[in-house]
Design a protein around this ligand. Structure first.
Ligand code: ZN
Length: 543
């Protein structure tokens, strides 16, 4: 009898040993938001070789798997790694090396920051970004008079926060061959009351200036990518979209990823340029960490610099209806190129005129329902007659909730009440195809997906303004917002097969937060801390 019991115990021990599978990592005692089709919530998951091999109830995972690295999440929530569907990853990294003018409350403060920066930088060229005259008491474009007189030995180029206007010293305008008679299609040079150059170039007017600024070195770009990655992991991002790179930059990212120097997953859009036309078929690149199979075109400028192309004049600037950067025939040409070569086509459209032109070119080219997932980037000001084109031709909106809460103070002055109806219309556009990709457009906005989440759900700024939220009828639910920064962003970049949700077979890209953003008080969302970020089963950030 005694021996039978012993045999039974031994065999039980052996079977339990045999049954348990050894994996690299187990995370348990968590609230795992899988963001799968059923939006299931489980307690534990197992990771092996960078891939999620199981996710399910606590007992199921703990009975089936074992690991030397078993992490108790202490009940905290885990979400799929966040994805930014529209950002400028390299541009953000480069900006970290330059003068930062974000948050300046006056032009005097801009001058102070230039002064400070120049103290530790003896380069001839000083470049910076982040001023926004809409945040100043005097909400007018500045002039370069003070910059010219204070810093005569420097060449200074300061981009507006949205990247659609530049303030530069007169020596830069001269070098670029621009004078008070110069004109440029799709752009403008502002003149002062005397009819002289004021030092401001808008949209295509910036091209001649950008052309004379020395290109950042390979080493600077390399450092920029590493710095940007570090900060992105800190806010829980595991995939970023870079909305506009050239072939060399995409190749640099690819090389750094294969050397293990860069781990961030990047969805890279090629900037439309004639130089890529004759070698489009060489362009697509697809690895676990890089997908470059889309082309990005700018249809118009931005609202903050009155460069967004509107169907009717700006409410606060009669005679000005904005700027078309890429004319309709050219948009149509790029649409054809993308269709023929199986590229995704993504177009920056802010104003209702730009949106209309591009939706027409896209719908004509697409011809009907399809799975090409072409995207309108920003889709900021829509005319209601154009809304249904998204649904009819499966065109996806890619939008930035923090743009709404950054622009809400002055957007109505620019647009008037009527046009505000379908401005920042995230819910309306989400309903067209049942999904929306969310991002930040960083460095235009902050990189944090938590800020995106809050701006989408609460539609308020960081001070909690306005009470009740800005145009709440266009706010997204928490579930929709979470999908917008995970699975829907993955779908919008053809990466939903391997990321965007916590499901078996997908990359183990995860974030562990200190609170549950799906259930916490709305006021507590912004204080959320990222405790851990996992990328391909590797802990890449820990608080
Ligand atoms: Zn952008």
């Amino acid at each position: 009898m005694k021996s039978t019991v012993i045999i039974c115990l031994i065999s039980l021990f052996l079977t339990s040993c045999i049954v348990k599978t050894e994996v690299d990592t187990i995370i348990h005692n968590a609230t795992v938001y899988t963001v799968n089709g059923e939006f299931n919530i489980y307690e534990a998951l197992a990771i092996d070789s960078g891939i999620i091999v199981a996710v399910g109830p606590e007992h199921e995972i703990m009975n089936a798997y074992q690991s030397a690295q078993t992490i108790d999440a202490k009940g905290r929530p885990i979400y799929p790694g966040f994805i930014d569907a529209h950002s400028h990853f390299l541009g953000y990294g480069l900006q970290l090396q330059r003068l930062n003018l974000v948050g300046t409350k006056s032009f005097e403060e801009v001058l102070d920051r230039v002064q400070q920066f120049i103290k530790d930088h003896d380069d001839e060229w000083i470049t910076g970004r982040g001023w926004d005259q809409n945040d100043w008491e005097v909400k007018e474009f500045p002039s370069n008079v003070a910059l010219d007189s204070l810093f005569p030995d420097r060449k200074i180029v300061l981009k507006r926060i949205d990247g659609h206007a530049i303030l530069a010293t007169s020596n830069v305008f001269e070098l670029a061959g621009i004078n008070d008679q110069s004109t440029v299609p799709g752009g403008r040079y502002l003149l002062n009351k005397k009819g002289l150059l004021q030092g401001i170039a808008i949209d295509e007017g910036m091209t001649a200036i950008k052309d004379v600024i020395p290109e950042p070195s390979l080493e600077q770009k390399n450092r920029a990518l590493i710095d940007a990655e570090k900060q992105c992991f800190e806010v829980g991002l595991t995939t970023v979209t870079d909305a506009g790179l050239d072939q060399y930059e995409i190749n640099l990212i690819s090389a750094m990823q294969s050397d293990g120097e860069l781990k961030m997953r990047v969805y890279a859009m090629y900037s439309a340029a004639d130089s890529i036309l004759d070698r489009v078929n060489e362009l697509p690149l697809k690895t676990d960490r890089l997908n470059a199979s889309s082309i990005k075109v700018y249809a118009d400028g931005a609202l903050g610099s009155r460069g967004a192309a509107l169907l009717e004049d700006y409410t606060d600037d009669h005679g000005n209806s904005g700027l078309i950067i890429t004319p309709a025939d050219s948009v149509y040409k790029w649409a054809q190129v993308c269709k023929l070569n199986d590229f995704q086509f993504n177009v920056h459209c802010i104003g209702d005129r730009a949106n209309r032109i591009v939706l027409e070119a896209m719908s004509k080219t697409l011809g009907g329902t399809n799975d090409r997932r072409w995207r309108i980037e920003h889709a900021q000001v829509m005319n209601d007659a154009d809304l249904s084109t998204f649904g009819e031709f499966n065109i996806l909106p890619s939008m930035q909730p923090t743009h709404a809460t950054s622009d809400m103070y002055w957007a109505e002055e620019r647009l008037g009440e009527e046009r505000m109806k379908y401005a920042y219309a995230m819910k309306t556009l989400k309903n067209q195809n049942g999904l929306i990709a969310l991002g930040t457009d960083f460095p235009v906005e902050d990189i944090s997906p938590i800020k995106t989440y809050y701006a989408s759900v609460a539609r308020k700024d960081s001070e909690g303004y306005p009470d009740g939220g800005f145009k709440m009828t266009e706010g997204l639910t928490r579930e929709e917002t979470l999908k917008g920064i995970t699975i829907w962003a993955a779908i919008a970049s053809f990466e939903d097969e391997n990321r965007g949700s916590i499901e078996v077979g997908k990359f183990a890209d995860l974030v562990l937060l200190d609170r549950d953003i799906m259930t916490c008080e709305e006021d507590d969302i912004l204080s959320t801390e990222i405790l851990q970020t996992w990328n391909g089963g590797e802990l890449v950030y820990e608080k």
